[in-house]
Ligand binder design. Structure first.
Ligand SMILES: Cc1ncc(COP(=O)(O)O)c(C=O)c1O
Length: 422
């Protein structure tokens, strides 16, 4: 598509956009009584306008039925989490039996590592990306220490080469091959939170398996953003949060994937709770844990229904739209943002003050931008003019035009404000 930096062009694209009606299903923060240019769906997605109705329904059923709501609520609470299996499986490319919605992201990562990081004297290393999200780094370090090992010996980070922002695939492969005799686990993000780089999960899974390791992914920045096929890629496990692209509200419930090949493993270590126990005998309240033969076996507690109602409101929208349509629009929007930024660079034409997009072509909707010669002042100016991107130390502005609710006009407006700010 040939882009133009004009309001007319942007509005024309919005008119042609088959997903344009979804914008009206989200609540935008306002700036001077106008909708802000919200580019932070990679951090906290906007609220679907149906959320309050979904939550109110559970509050009403709680008032009406009390404890009996577990059976008689319109969406009975006892199997409440089960309604997520199909739509969430579609988002991450899994079988419904391979996913479960529970807890929070880092909690789930820990629970999965209990099962899938089982270091031996010989195989004890974890390969991960350098500059992984800090919570993931802390999780890895503490798991390694929990097994009596030293993170310095056990954690191998694959870093960007000097002067580069993306991690090269060949460097990931060569790190795996180099450490293959000692490798227990490969744990990568699906999309790096800082640079927006999408990792080739299929390739990493194949390389990790070839080396005899387990392979898992943190999909915080991938779920609802890019096409994922966890089952077909033979990924062992994955986890994600629901508050970014999945628009389910601050700190809301997270998700977890365990490939079906692990469901029947008898001696897999696992921290257990009653919601992972066989459903037929759960309420016999007997002594011994009998795990379900699905990802639900990793579930520990009963579902937090009221907050999960917000997740349901959002997942219903994803189910209606589908990832294919979202990704198609996402590519157009992000390419338009890239075009606008390059157009501004050309107009400003200053070697000291320019915007460098550090996100590689392997990307979802996020572009990470280094504003050379500008610093945080530029970010503050954008915020004061009604643009909401986010700032990551030491010098990156992240912008994520989200296909469910952002428009071409948002991007055009962003360009105008950015150019004026420069
Ligand atoms: C990649 C990644 N991992 C982990 C986390 C931490 O998530 P939580 O606080 O939900 O455990 C985040 C949060 O933004 C993240 O982006």
């Amino acid at each position: 598509m040939k882009f133009e930096n004009t309001l007319r062009f942007a509005r024309l694209q919005d008119k042609k956009d088959p997903l344009r009606k979804y914008r009206d299903q989200f609540l935008f923060p306002k700036h001077n009584r106008r909708e802000a240019v919200y580019f932070t769906g990679n951090s906290l997605g906007l609220q679907p306008s149906t959320v309050s109705k979904y939550i109110q329904q559970e509050l009403d059923d709680w008032a009406k039925f009390g404890v009996e709501g577990h059976f008689y609520a319109r969406k009975p609470w006892m199997p409440y989490h089960e309604q997520f299996a199909k739509p969430v499986a579609k988002i991450v490319g899994a079988k419904p039996s391979e996913v479960v919605v529970m807890n929070h992201l880092t909690v789930n990562l820990h629970l999965l590592m209990v099962s899938f990081y089982r270091p031996t004297k010989k195989r004890f290393k974890i390969i991960c990306e350098a500059k992984a999200f800090p919570s993931d780094q802390y999780a890895l370090q503490s798991q390694v220490k929990f097994h009596g090992l030293n993170p310095k010996d056990a954690i191998v980070e694959v870093a960007q080469r000097k002067g580069e922002y993306a991690i090269r695939e060949e460097d990931i492969i060569s790190a795996i091959e180099k450490n293959k005799n000692e490798l227990a686990l490969v744990l990568f993000g699906g999309v790096n939170y800082y640079s927006g780089q999408v990792f080739d999960m299929k390739m990493i899974a194949a390389a990790g398996h070839k080396a005899g390791a387990i392979v898992g992914f943190d999909l915080a920045h991938a779920a609802g953003n890019i096409k994922i096929n966890l089952h077909d890629w033979n990924v062992d496990f994955a986890c994600w949060c629901s508050y970014k692209y999945l628009n389910s509200g601050p700190g809301n419930v997270a998700g977890l994937f365990v490939h079906e090949k692990h469901h029947k493993e008898k001696n897999i270590p696992r921290f257990a709770g009653w919601w992972g126990h066989d459903k037929a005998s759960r309420f016999k309240m007997e002594k011994n844990f009998v795990p379900l033969q699905t990802a639900e076996a990793w579930q520990i507690s009963n579902a937090p229904v009221i907050s999960m109602a917000a997740h349901k409101a959002s997942v219903d929208i994803f189910d209606e739209v589908g990832m294919n349509a979202l990704v198609t629009k996402s590519k157009q929007l992000t390419s338009y943002l890239e075009f606008i930024i390059e157009d501004i660079n050309a107009q400003v034409n200053n070697k000291k003050f320019y915007l460098e997009i550090i996100t590689p072509k392997e990307r979802g909707c996020q572009l990470s931008i280094v504003a050379h010669g500008q610093g945080k002042g530029l970010f503050n100016k954008l915020m004061s003019k009604g643009v909401i991107p986010d700032w990551r130390e030491p010098n990156v502005i992240r912008c994520a035009p989200v296909p469910l609710y952002n428009s071409f006009e948002d991007i055009f407006r962003f360009g105008q404000i950015l150019e004026a700010a420069l």
